[in-house]
Design a protein around this ligand. Structure first.
Ligand code: APR
Length: 286
């Protein structure tokens, strides 16, 4: 009897996301130190392509060229038009994107004290735009620049990025034109006059120490670790779900596909984040 009911429950859960939403709701209510950990999948329904999987960004732009300084420098010298096309496409998708229900609900849960904050691998600023205040940006933020000399950071107005995207599309710049555009976008540091670069972490670069320390602390103190929309393949960020689990947290994963986190998870919600979290909006959830 019990066996049959459990099988039926498993069946209905797989079909009805509402049952998962109720279960997550119960887990949240019982937790005191919940933390969300997000990847590119949470912004997929906002129109920003993920890096891996069908039509992933890295399929079109191999990361060994486009996601590390050496590769970008090589491309810049050999095929500057490709760097311009890559930058223009990425910037356009970032500028067109708006938060979806996943960003909004996580921001609401933080404001209501139900989660401590969000550790994100994303650089699209959508958690902050949705209202999240405690955001741990492990891989930086595409709307911010960092001084190469003194390290000071400054958020740039979106209009600046918009202008750059138009110029990249309009002019199909030469090497020197592209260099001027990039230097102009980053401009000079207000504090020390040094050159600046986009404040994003490329492959082979270290994560910002203070962000990593904070993420490590949150994960090791969490009692509920909500992993949303990440393939959990890129380290050191990918260590966090296991760290949380080994520190005693219950891991919940929201991802239409299985990942290395699925085996750690006490609950795997196999639905897209935006549509799943819209259930909490519909319920008037804070
Ligand atoms: N809702 C939830 N999850 C989704 C959705 C969605 N709508 N769409 C895709 N996913 C899942 C995919 O199944 C995949 O597991 O999101 C994950 C996206 O994986 P990646 O593209 O690898 O993105 P991410 O895990 O954030 O990558 C980590 O790798 O290239 C670096 O710096 C880059 O921060 C990035 C890091």
């Amino acid at each position: 009897m019990y066996e049959a009911r459990e099988r039926r429950d498993a069946m209905t859960k797989d079909i009805f996301p509402e049952r998962y939403a109720r279960e997550l709701e119960d887990l949240l209510r019982a937790s005191e130190r919940a933390v969300a950990f997000t990847g590119a999948g949470v912004s997929e329904e906002s129109g920003i392509p993920t890096f891996r999987g069908q039509e992933g960004l890295w399929d079109r732009y191999p990361p060994y060229l486009y996601a590390n300084l050496g590769g970008l420098a090589l491309l810049f010298l050999a095929r500057p038009s490709r760097v311009a096309a890559f930058a223009s496409n990425v910037i356009a998708s970032l500028l067109d994107a708006v938060p979806n229900p996943c960003h909004e609900v996580l921001a609401g849960w933080e404001a209501a004290g139900r989660i401590r904050g969000v550790i994100t691998q994303n650089v699209d600023d959508l958690h902050a735009v949705a209202g999240s205040r405690n955001v741990c940006e492990l891989h930086g933020n595409a709307f911010r620049v960092r001084c190469l000399r003194c390290g000071s950071k400054e958020k740039l107005p979106r209009e600046r990025l918009q202008e750059m995207s138009w110029q990249l599309r309009r002019e199909k710049p030469s090497r020197t034109g592209l260099l001027r555009l990039l230097l102009d976008y980053a401009s000079r540091c207000r504090d020390c006059g040094g050159r600046r670069r986009p404040d994003v972490v490329l492959f082979g670069e270290g994560l910002p120490a203070e962000e990593w320390d904070r993420a490590f602390r949150w994960a090791s103190q969490a009692d509920l670790f909500l992993v949303v929309g990440t393939s959990a393949l890129v380290y050191p960020a990918a260590v966090l779900p296991r760290l949380a689990r080994e520190s005693g947290a219950l891991v919940v994963e929201v991802n239409p596909e299985p990942t290395p986190v699925t085996a750690l998870a006490g609950l795997h919600v196999p639905f897209p984040a935006g549509s799943f979290f819209s259930l909490f909006c519909a319920r008037g959830d804070p």
